[in-house]
Design a protein around this ligand. Structure first.
Ligand SMILES: C[S@@+](CC[C@H](N)C(=O)[O-])C[C@H]1O[C@@H](n2cnc3c(N)ncnc32)[C@H](O)[C@@H]1O
Length: 213
């Protein structure tokens, strides 16, 4: 089954609206934690053909490996415009394209590593998106996600579920996703889930193995 087009269009428009404010909204978190988590994530990249999904305004550009061929996609035109301006200014080698992760226009087995940071909280059908990532990843290739997820603490999880509709409206992000479960459901094989903070921020490392998990 394909993506829910109405939900996808609503989410895309939300990011188009947020784009001018995104770097400012995330500024404090970036200095506090996100910067060091991004560095950790990109230190785990393997191979030379890399896909970044949900590139946003290009916050991961500083961590791209120097010798890599990076393609980066986002479904939001306005976020991509910002990424393009940043890549022109900083002379970042990247092929930027507007694309929905739920319907990737790349061939099977195209990339050594697929990376996404803070993306699967907002993809309307995360399992479909992860399934597409699995398809374009080479056999044995790596998938590395930096995500915030639903807390394993029951009280906190309850509050997060209650606050979720507001979070989606304001930031376009679901705060109650079980992304590691979604990764496993997509057929990728989880290798490691590292808790980066508060039981909410996770680095998820997975592989495309011969037999889906
Ligand atoms: C919270 S922002 C994160 C941006 C960037 N990865 C970062 O770490 O700053 C989420 C990004 O994912 C993109 N996104 C969400 N759903 C998507 C989809 N279905 N296909 C492609 N991009 C998507 C949004 O447009 C947005 O740029």
């Amino acid at each position: 089954m394909g993506a829910d087009l109405t939900a996808t269009e609503t989410a895309r428009k939300r990011y188009d609206r947020i784009a001018p404010l995104y770097d400012m909204m995330e500024g404090f978190a970036e200095v506090l934690n996100h910067g060091k988590w991004r560095r950790l994530q990109w230190s785990k990249v393997e191979g030379t053909d890399i896909l970044e999904v949900g590139v946003g305004t290009g916050k991961n550009f500083p961590w791209y490996p120097a010798d890599a061929r990076v393609s980066a996609i986002d479904f939001s035109k306005r976020m991509l415009e910002r990424a393009r301006a940043k890549s022109d200014k900083d002379k970042v080698k990247v092929r930027l394209r507007q694309m929905d992760v739920q319907n990737l226009e790349f061939g099977d087995d195209s990339f050594d590593t697929v990376v996404a940071s803070f993306v699967f909280c907002s993809v309307p059908d995360p399992v479909l998106g992860l399934h597409e990532i699995r398809r374009v990843c080479r056999p044995g290739g790596k998938v590395i996600l930096l995500e915030h997820v639903l807390s394993s603490n029951r009280v906190l999880a309850r509050l997060m579920n209650l606050a979720n509709p507001l979070a989606v409206r304001m930031m376009g992000a679901n705060i109650n996703r079980r992304t590691a479960d979604n990764v496993a459901r997509s057929g990728l094989t989880i290798q490691k889930v590292t808790d980066l903070g508060a039981g909410i921020f996770k680095l998820i490392e997975a592989r495309k193995t011969a037999t889906p998990s």
